[in-house]
Design a protein around this ligand. Structure first.
Ligand code: G3H
Ligand code: 13P
Ligand code: ZN
Length: 327
């Protein structure tokens, strides 16, 4: 089915980012892979009065299917209205790797797309980003592109080390492509294993500052920003899972970044850890349980509670819009 995102009640990210930058907070972009995660994300954001970006990778699209994803986003919009909140909801493609994938998502109802040409040579990155912008803007869809390379795994692409974004390139890239926001590499990375115990996890906030000086007010995006909370690593281990001790991005480092032009921060891994920990706990405590609502329900609630704390501790977006009426 072909949908225009406006018919689904979704918003693009333009106004969201403008308001975020003017008010010194960042918009949460939380990844989802199923109904429970989508519910956790939208309920957390509506209850906190925070704008929300429902973020869907190509892998998540393949998993849920292009018929299900826009309907889950529409359900999120309906939930917001029924709850008495007025937060804007965007449906965003995460790490789109080609023009064709971005176009497919735009045509099935996404309000925002990322074209990730960061692994290509500079000129190729410009060319593919510009191609996506031309199509997306003809439908009033916003576009995020990336300069610099994050360490870790993004969908099928694995990078061993960081290539920090070069501030000398950002002005040229943004003006040649016409993108609406720019993801940069300043030391964050994808997945659960960002830093080792004993490391001092620090972001290159000096690079962020220099980028901001080159493109003042332009919305900046940070990927790979999960904190990898120790309580979920412990919960997973306690209830039979295996996971190496890992450290993520400290909330305090990210909080500094949201005060600048950082308008969007991506979190996926933390939601996976909270959800997995809670499923393991529920099943371990009730080994005879096979009503899936009895273990997916607590997992949804765990993820929701965690994201509510993240909105306060990191994003600073609480109360930017009307909160849901919660009894
Ligand atoms: O940056 C990558 C996201 O965490 C999405 O991961 O491709 O496994 O859905 P995924
Ligand atoms: P994390 O793996 O740190 O959650 O990063 C998610 C992300 O950047 C999605 O694009
Ligand atoms: Zn990412």
């Amino acid at each position: 089915m072909a949908y225009n995102y406006k018919d689904l009640g979704l918003s693009n990210t333009k106004e969201m980012f403008k308001k975020a930058n003017e008010n010194g907070y960042a918009v949460p972009a939380f990844n989802f892979n199923n109904m429970e995660q989508a519910m956790a994300i939208v309920e957390a954001c509506a209850e906190m009065g925070s704008p929300v970006i429902l973020q869907c990778s190509k892998g998540a699209m393949d998993y849920m299917g292009e018929y299900m994803v826009p309907m889950l986003a529409k359900a999120a919009v309906d939930y917001v209205k029924l709850s008495g909140s007025d937060i804007p909801v965007a449906l965003h493609l995460d790490h789109g790797s080609s023009f064709e994938i971005a176009k497919k998502c735009i045509d099935c109802g996404f309000s925002s797309v990322m074209i990730d040409g960061s692994h290509h040579p500079y000129e190729e990155n410009i060319a593919v980003s510009k191609q996506v912008v031309e199509y997306a803007h003809s439908k009033d869809v916003t576009v995020e592109a990336e300069l610099g390379v994050l360490a870790g795994i993004e969908d099928e692409v694995k990078a061993d080390g960081h290539i920090y974004t070069n501030p000398d390139e950002v002005e040229d890239f943004v003006s040649k492509t016409g993108v609406d926001s720019l993801a940069i590499a300043i030391g964050t990375s994808h997945g659960a294993h960002k830093f080792k115990p004993g490391d001092d996890p620090k972001l290159r906030l000096d690079i962020l500052e220099e980028i901001e000086r080159r493109i003042p007010g332009f919305p900046i995006v940070l990927h790979g920003s999960s904190a990898v909370p120790a309580q979920y690593v412990e919960m997973i281990k306690k209830y039979g899972g295996t996971i190496k001790d890992a450290i993520g991005i400290p909330d305090s480092e990210l909080r500094k970044a949201t005060k600048s032009a950082v308008a969007k921060i991506n979190v996926d891994t933390d939601g996976r850890l909270a959800f997995t920990g809670a499923v393991r706990k529920a099943l371990a405590e009730k080994p005879g349980e096979f009503d899936l609502r009895k273990y997916l329900g607590p997992a949804k609630e765990e993820m929701k509670a965690y994201y509510k704390t993240k909105i306060v501790d990191v994003f600073g977006s609480e109360g930017a819009y009307k909160k849901a009426n919660v009894k």
